[in-house]
Design a protein. Structure first.
Length: 495
C-alpha cells in the first residue's frame, strides 16, 4: 500500500515559522533558540519550532491571567460550553489534517491518529462542554444554635482555581492537551500548555483553531520548548495549578517544585508497570486480539498499557504461542500507510532506550518473538514478547514504555494478588476472565487507580482516571476533574 497524500494545509503548516502561541496569536522571537522537529519514520526534519524564552512564558501566564479575570470570566457557563463544542466541531472538520500532523510528528499509525487521537479528542471535548453548566456547590444547614431568634444558612461554591499550567508528554500530544484545556476551560480556568519538545505540532494547529472558533485570546496559550520551559511554568508565581502528564521522575520533580513555589495545586498522571492477569478459564483466542490492541497500539507508548502479563500456568503455553504468532504478523512500516499496524517509536532517545533493553534480553527470559530494531532509517523496532521465570525479572519490574511485554505463570489466586501489587506503581490493571464473581472479589484487593475486566486501557471521559501509589496524584475525567480545577468556597450567612 502506498502512503496517504499529505494535505496542502499540512504542507503549508509545516513550512511556517512556528513557536509559542500567546494571547490569540503566534509569538515569534528572532532571538529564540529553534528545535528541529523530526519525523521518527525517516529521521528527516519536518518543521522548526522556536523555543519559548522566559519572557514569553511570563507573557503567556500574564495573558492567561488577564483572560481569567476578564474575557473568560465574562463568558457565561452556557457560552463556554458552546465554544468548547465549536472547538470539537473544528477538530472534526480538520481531523485529517491533525491526524496527518500526528502521524508525521509522533509516528502514530494514521488509523490510530484518526480513530483514537483525533476522534477521542472530539469525544472528550464534548464531554467537558457538557459540564460547564453543571458545576454546583451545595446548600448546607449549619448546626449553630439560635440564641435570640437569628438564623443561619450556608452554601458552597466551586470557583475556578485560576491560571493552569498543562504539561503534556510526547505520546498523545493532541488528546492529552484536550484533557487539560477541556478541564480548565469548563471550570472557568484559563491555561498555558507546554507540549513535549518532540511533538508540539498538532497542538500548535489546535490552538489556531481555538482562536478561529472564537475562544477568547489568552484563554488557551501554548509555550514550546523542553523541560526548562515546563519548569518556568511550574515555578511561576501566578500559576495556581499544574496538570502534568509524563514520567515518574519528572512528575516527582514537578510536584516538589509546585509545592515549593506557592503550594501550587498539582495533578500528576504518571507511568506505571501495569499488569494484566489471565485467569484459568479464559478463551485464549478471544483475548489475544485485545492484548495486541492494548499493549501494542502506538508501539506500546501508552502510560496505562500492560507490560506484564500473569497467566494461569495451565494456559500460558497456548497464550505464548498464539500471542507470539499475532505479534509476528503485525505489519511494521510507515505511519502514513493505512495498512500499517505498527509504526516507529516516537523519538531517538526513546528508540535508544528500547534498543538498550533489547541488548539486556535473553538473560533470564525467553524471547518468544521480537527483540530487534528494524531497518537503518527511522526508529523502528519489533513488537516483542518475553517469558520470564521469576517475578523479579527486570522486564516485570522496570517500565519500558515500549512494545515489550513479559509473561509469567501463576498458580493460585493468592499468588496472583501478590504479583499484581508487588510494584511501587498503580495506574491500571486488568483481569481477563468469564468468572465475574471471582473478578468482583479480587477488585478491592488490587492496588490500582483503574481495574478493567476483559479489556485494558479503555479511557472514557465519564470514568475517572489516575494513579494510585507512585503512579500519580488526583484524577482526571468524570466529575473528579472538577475538584482538581476548582477551589471550594464556603459561605455562611446569619439573618
Ligand atoms: P517523557 O519521557 O514521557 O517525555 P517527561 O516526564 O520527561 O516524559 O516529560 C513530560 C513533559 O514534561 C514534557 O513536556 C517535558 O518537556 C516536560 N518536562 C521535563 N522536565 C520538566 C521539568 N523539570 N519541569 C516541568 N516540565 C518538565
Amino acid at each position: 500500500m502506498s502512503e496517504v497524500a499529505l494535505l496542502d494545509s499540512v504542507i503549508t503548516f509545516l513550512a511556517k515559522p512556528l513557536g509559542s502561541f500567546i494571547d490569540g496569536r503566534p509569538a515569534l522571537d528572532e532571538q529564540a533558540g529553534v528545535s528541529e522537529i523530526i519525523n521518527p519514520a525517516n529521521e528527516q526534519v519536518i518543521a522548526r519550532v522556536q523555543d519559548a524564552t522566559a519572557v514569553q512564558v511570563d507573557a503567556a501566564v500574564a495573558a492567561a491571567s488577564r483572560a481569567f479575570k476578564g474575557s473568560w470570566a465574562q463568558t457565561s457557563p452556557y457560552l463556554r460550553g458552546v465554544l468548547l463544542n465549536k472547538l470539537a466541531d473544528a477538530i472534526e472538520q480538520h481531523g485529517e489534517e491533525l491526524a496527518q500532523l500526528e502521524a508525521l510528528n509522533s509516528g502514530k499509525a494514521i488509523n490510530v491518529a484518526r480513530g483514537l487521537e483525533v476522534a477521542q479528542s472530539v469525544v472528550f471535548l464534548r464531554y467537558f462542554a457538557g459540564w460547564t453548566t453543571k458545576i454546583n456547590g451545595e446548600s448546607i444547614t449549619p448546626s449553630l444554635p439560635s440564641m435570640a431568634g437569628e438564623q443561619y444558612t450556608a452554601f458552597t461554591r466551586r470557583e475556578p482555581v485560576g491560571v493552569v499550567a498543562g504539561i503534556v508528554p510526547w505520546n498523545f500530544p493532541l488528546l492529552i492537551a484536550v484533557w487539560k484545556l477541556g478541564s480548565a476551560l469548563a471550570t472557568g480556568c484559563t491555561i498555558v500548555l507546554k507540549p513535549s519538545e518532540f511533538s508540539p505540532l498538532s497542538l500548535l494547529r489546535l490552538v489556531e483553531l481555538a482562536t478561529e472558533v472564537g475562544i477568547p485570546d489568552g484563554a488557551i496559550n501554548v509555550v514550546t520548548g523542553a523541560g526548562k520551559v515546563g519548569q518556568w511554568l511550574t515555578e511561576h508565581g501566578e500559576v495556581r495549578k499544574v496538570s502534568f502528564t509524563g514520567s515518574v521522575p519528572t512528575g516527582i520533580a514537578v510536584g516538589a517544585a509546585a509545592m515549593k513555589s506557592k503550594l501550587t495545586r498539582v495533578t500528576l498522571e504518571l507511568g506505571g508497570k501495569n499488569p494484566a492477569a489471565l485467569l484459568a478459564d479464559v478463551n485464549i483466542d478471544d483475548v489475544v486480539p485485545g492484548l495486541v490492541m492494548t499493549a501494542f497500539t502506538h508501539q506500546g507508548q501508552i502510560c496505562a498499557s500492560p507490560e506484564r502479563i500473569y497467566v494461569h500456568r495451565s494456559r500460558i503455553d497456548e497464550l505464548e504461542q498464539k500471542l507470539g504468532a499475532a505479534l509476528a504478523g503485525l505489519k511494521i512500516g510507515s505511519p502514513l500507510d493505512e495498512s500499517v499496524q505498527f509504526g516507529p517509536l516516537a523519538n531517538k532517545a526513546h528508540y535508544q532506550k528500547i534498543a538498550n533493553y533489547f541488548e539486556r534480553m535473553g538473560d533470564g527470559q525467553v524471547v518468544v518473538t521480537g527483540g530487534r530494531t528494524v531497518g537503518d532509517k527511522g526508529y523502528f523496532v519489533e513488537p516483542t514478547l518475553l517469558r520470564a521465570s521469576s517475578p523479579d525479572d527486570l522486564f516485570l519490574t522496570e517500565e519500558t514504555f515500549g512494545p515489550i511485554v513479559c509473561l509469567l505463570a501463576f498458580d493460585s489466586d493468592e499468588e496472583l494478588i501478590e504479583l499484581l501489587n508487588d510494584t511501587p506503581y498503580g495506574l491500571g490493571a486488568s483481569l481477563w476472565t468469564n468468572d465475574l464473581s471471582k473478578a468482583l472479589r479480587m477488585i478491592p484487593r488490587i492496588e490500582s487507580g483503574t481495574v478493567w475486566v476483559n479489556m485494558h486501557t479503555f479511557l472514557d471521559p465519564a470514568v475517572p482516571f489516575g494513579g494510585s501509589k507512585s503512579s500519580g496524584i488526583g484524577r482526571e475525567f468524570g466529575s473528579a476533574f472538577i475538584e482538581a480545577f476548582t477551589e471550594l468556597k464556603s459561605v455562611m450567612i446569619r439573618y
